[in-house]
Design a protein around this ligand. Sequence first.
Ligand code: NZQ
Ligand code: ZN
Length: 390
Amino acid sequence: MLDFSYCNPTRLVFGRTAEAKIGGLVAAQTGVGGKVLVVYGGGSAKRSGLLGLVTASLTEAGLEVFEKGGVQPNPRLSFVKETAEAFRGEAPAAVIAVGGGSVIDTAKAIALMLADDPKADVWDFFTGKRVAEKALPIYAVLTIPAAGSEQSIRCVITHGETKTGVGAECIRPKAAFINPERFATLPRTQIGAGLVDMCSHIMERYFSATENTQYVDGQAEAAMRTIIETAPKVYEDPSNYDAWCQAGLAGSFAHNGYFGMGREEDWACHAIEHAISGWRESITHGTGLSVVIPAWMRYVAALRPARFEAFAVNVMGVAPQETAEKTIALGIAKFRTWTASIGLPQTLEELGAKDCPTEEIARRCCGAGTVGKLLPLAAADVAAILESAR
Ligand code: NZQ
Ligand code: ZN
């Protein structure tokens, strides 16, 4: 196991009354009388009444609330910049996201911008030109369990056809408010996509070459099994509160760093998928992953079989076969059956990306270098993986 230092300061407020607690908590941290900027998406939070509950809780706690809606999935830099400039004069003390990964990431980028020199370019943090060290406090009221941004240090934004992320402790939310009742209104495509995304955040850490990591391996396997086993329940009945509690909790911890303790992480599938949904922004992150992951598994397992055999047996419930290859193949097939059962595409064609320029996507994703750690992949490898998923 590798040396590590782990601290996750995000307070998790979970359950049926979660959103009602936001006002008191924010006021206690930012001070009564302060201003807060509430950011939300295309309207689901407004229609469900959640936005009203959140703003009422904030107002009752003595905070002055400014609102900005309209964040789109695969959020864009232009929206971040326009919003930050529109509210800079109000000098908000915190940014509050009511939504999913796209809204939370937009709030994070706004929080970075508002804490920065007004003349500086926030995109520098995403291109690696500057290191993000300060941001306004961020709070997240979650409406879709998927990206894990409510506890993560990551923020993923698209500019032109470049979709990329920045990672920094300063943008990890101070608190996440999760009421799984809120997931009942999710469309099935978003449910399936979210379940695969949360599972993949664990897989990106689990498929590691680092040895002697039995404790986190076992925790990761249990979390993946929980997501996979509860998936059909929430897919069939999105109002199944008890099942959402389990999937939602596992999905929120999936990306807070816990499952990466003491080991090298991979992240090739995410790099490949971000290149795809940067190229075609109508593609939902989790649906892209459902095509990329099995293709990546087949390619990498041929050269690094050990982890894939453990995954097949301990997560997918495959009985060990006479050869590791057979066990692994059954594990990958069961994973595909699972994603298909929650309505997700299996090929680039089913993803609506039949015309995917695989070499160009591979080049964007790898540049002159490689992606992934378990098996570093150059552009030719990524192109071969994508071709195998056509
Ligand atoms: O915009 P509204 O009207 O709210 O509708 C949204 C949106 O259309 C809808 N939705 C959300 N909650 C709902 C709901 N509809 C009905 N009822 C509800 N309760 O769902 C749609 C998708 O929302 P979005 O926020 O885009 O979903 P998700 O949470 O999957 O976020 C995806 C984004 O997060 C990034 C992805 O790349 C993508 O841009 N990621 C961010 C990460 C991070 N910051 O740590 C890590 C991830 O790996 C990921 O890359
Ligand atoms: Zn993801």
